[in-house]
Structures are given as structure tokens and as C-alpha cells.
Design a protein around this ligand. Structure first.
Ligand SMILES: NC(=O)c1ccc[n+]([C@@H]2O[C@H](COP(=O)([O-])OP(=O)(O)OC[C@H]3O[C@@H](n4cnc5c(N)ncnc54)[C@H](OP(=O)(O)O)[C@@H]3O)[C@@H](O)[C@H]2O)c1
Length: 326
């Protein structure tokens, strides 16, 4: 029988275990996908650990909001998809029921798009969440324009690296922020116009220096925590700060830097909207074709190594995406 990753209680990575489940016949409007590779995300870690804000139906909860594979069966009423098509899963809002950490999953046909040409399964598993989040937060939400200076925290994260490339693709100037000087060369090689190392320098002063004295037009922050207030000082007057994650779980101090627009970003506001999904897919296809977008895979695990993959995610030393092949 096909393998699936489940957990019966929330907790440390070793709550994850491999079980077997029969495949589910796709209902009206659904497709069944034979998963080839999975992108591991912080959202998965939060659900597994018990800090996910939505419901988690235990025991035998499934996991995984990102994956790529081949359409295996098509339910009644589905048009434009056929068995054998290579696809990306674009959203799994109820991942405890039909998560992607499995050999098969069944999802609404509206939540898959064609896998872009030229990407193998591993590269494709590193694409959607990171790049749709970076594009959605910077372009759709933040309104980033050519020439804007874009300050990107956790720049070595998969979302951060994607944001550097998305900014480059639209003609903006990406300024990468990391805590560690050792990551500086790698971030410059990834396309950052400048790298700010928060262990060594003041982020606001450095952002002004790298933007002709003005400050950042757009800030994409995935860290929050007490550093948010200092980060806001890096914005130009009238700039925009988009918060997309909270890698630092400590309380954030509300910044007293005016005028500044602060926007919270959750990718589901775009990835569940077929019209925006079409725009995202078109943007990603164009960027992959012209070479501006190059998904970064840090390390690949097998499905049987899922516990180790989550331990590795928690160590936080990756540069780019952790992928699990099935
Ligand atoms: N809003 C959305 O819809 C959405 C969608 C997807 C992901 N996200 C969020 O985006 C963020 C990045 O996700 P990811 O999967 O790309 O992450 P990731 O690859 O796991 O990010 C790891 C990097 O984040 C930085 N980091 C970790 N803990 C930190 C801390 N306490 N303070 C500062 N930096 C820290 C580190 O970079 P340095 O060592 O270089 O500092 C680390 O290398 C997460 O917060 C995730 O929840 C949001």
C-alpha cells in the first residue's frame, strides 16, 4: 500500500511516522497526484509542533503544503488536466487531511498548475511556496516597482533567496539581511546588490547607505520579534514593510516610525485565488525561462528520512530549500 507520513500528537520531529493508506478516488473536481518531491516548509513544522493557528485533526494527521508530481487520476468534471501531466500543488489549506508528505494525495484541480518546463522534480519542489510568497508579498501586496530598494530579512531562507531573484526580475535593487558574515559571499552570488550583516552593523544605517541615503522603499520581513522596530527605521519615509513570517518567536515591538505602511502577508490570500495564481505562474514561467529565477535546493532527503529532514529544518543552517523525494 502507498506510504504516507502521519503524526498522532504534536511535538518534536520524531512524532512523524510512516504509515500506509489506500489511494483515494478523486471526487468531482479533484485530481489524484503521484507525488515525486516535496518542499519542506515552516508551516509544516508549526503544524507538527502544535503552534499552527488552524485546526489539526489528530490522530493520523497528514502534513505538507507543497509538492510536485504527476496526475494519476482525474475526477468527474475536471477539464484541462489528464493522467500523466506533471504538476505543482499550489495550495493545501487542509494539509492535515490531504498533505503532500505521501506517495499520493488528492486535491482540488483548481490547486494545481503545470510544472514549468526544464525543472526536474527536485527543483520544482523548491519553487512554488518560496517564489509565490516572494512574488505575492513584494509585487501583489507591497507594490514593488523597478528601481525600488528592497530590504529582505532572512535573505538566505528559501523565501529570502526567491525574493532577491524576484526583485532582480522586476528591476528592483535587493538588499539582503543576514545575521552571519559567513553568508555574505553566497548572498552576493545569489544576486543581492548589498548584504547587511546584523551581527556587525546597524540595519537602518546600512540600508540608508546602500540606497543613496533615502532608506528602503520596501522591506520584506520574515523575522519580526523585537528587531522589527529597528528594521522599520530602515524604511524611507512613506515606505512599506511587508511582514511574511515570524522566525523570531519573541514578541514584536510595534515600530514608531512614521509615515510607514505595514502589511501582513499570508500567501493563501493569493494561492487560493485562481486569477492571481495565473499571474504568479506566468511570472514564474517567464523568470525561469530567462534565467532570473533559479530555485535553490539546500539538501535532499528521502521520505523515510522525514524525521531527520525536520530536525535539519529546525537547526536553521540551510541556504535555500529542503526537499524530500518520494
Ligand atoms: N506569509 C506566507 O505566506 C509565508 C509563506 C511561506 C513562508 N513564510 C515564512 O517565510 C519565512 C522563511 O521561510 P523559509 O521556509 O524560506 O525559511 P528557512 O529557509 O527555514 O529560513 C532559514 C533562515 O532564516 C533565518 N532565521 C532563522 N531564525 C531566525 C531568527 N530567529 N532571526 C533571524 N533570522 C532567522 C536564518 O538566516 P540567517 O542565519 O542568515 O540570519 C536561516 O538561515 C518563515 O518565517 C516562514 O514561516 C511565509
Amino acid at each position: 500500500m502507498p506510504r504516507v507520513v502521519v503524526f498522532d500528537r504534536t511535538g518534536a520531529p520524531d512524532v512523524l511516522r510512516i504509515a500506509e493508506e489506500p489511494v483515494v478516488e478523486p471526487a468531482e473536481g479533484e485530481v489524484r497526484i503521484r507525488i515525486e518531491a516535496i518542499g519542506v516548509n515552516r508551516l509544516d513544522q508549526m503544524m507538527r509542533a502544535g503552534s499552527y493557528p488552524g485546526p489539526v485533526r489528530l490522530p493520523r494527521a497528514r502534513l505538507g503544503c507543497e509538492g510536485t508530481g504527476v496526475v494519476d487520476a482525474v475526477g468527474p468534471g475536471v477539464e484541462g488536466l489528464a493522467a500523466g501531466d506533471a504538476v505543482l500543488v499550489t495550495a493545501v489549506p487542509a494539509m492535515d487531511l490531504n498533505g503532500t508528505y505521501a506517495e499520493y494525495t488528492t486535491v482540488p484541480a483548481t490547486t494545481v498548475v503545470a510544472r514549468p518546463d526544464g525543472l526536474d522534480a527536485t527543483g520544482a519542489a523548491a519553487l512554488w511556496v518560496a517564489y509565490s510568497t516572494a512574488y505575492g508579498a513584494l509585487v501583489e501586496k507591497g507594490g514593488t516597482r523597478p528601481g525600488d530598494h528592497v530590504l529582505i530579512t532572512a535573505a538566505s531562507s528559501s523565501v529570502g533567496l526567491a525574493a532577491i531573484q524576484v526583485a532582480r526580475q522586476i528591476g528592483a535593487v535587493p538588499l539582503a539581511v543576514t545575521r552571519h558574515a559567513a553568508k555574505k559571499e553566497g548572498l552576493l552570488a545569489a544576486g543581492a546588490a548589498a548584504v547587511i550583516v546584523t551581527d556587525d552593523e546597524d540595519v537602518a544605517e546600512a540600508a540608508r547607505r546602500h540606497s543613496g541615503g533615502a532608506g528602503a522603499d520596501i522591506i520584506l520581513d520574515s523575522v519580526m520579534g523585537p528587531g522589527l522596530a529597528d528594521l522599520a527605521k530602515a524604511a524611507r519615509p512613506g515606505g512599506t514593510l511587508v511582514t511574511a513570517g515570524w522566525l523570531d518567536p519573541r514578541p514584536a515591538t510595534f515600530p514608531m516610525t512614521w509615515p510607514l505602511t505595514i502589511l501582513g502577508y499570508a500567501s493563501f490570500e493569493h494561492t487560493l485565488d485562481p486569477v492571481v495564481v495565473r499571474r504568479i505562474a506566468a511570472f514564474l514561467d517567464a523568470g525561469l525561462r530567462n534565467g532570473a529565477l533559479r530555485p535553490t535546493v539546500d539538501r535532499v532527503f528521502g521520505l523515510d528520512e522525514i524525521v531527520e529532514a525536520h530536525r535539519y529544518l529546525e537547526r536553521g543552517q540551510q541556504v535555500g530549500k529542503i526537499v524530500v523525494t518520494v
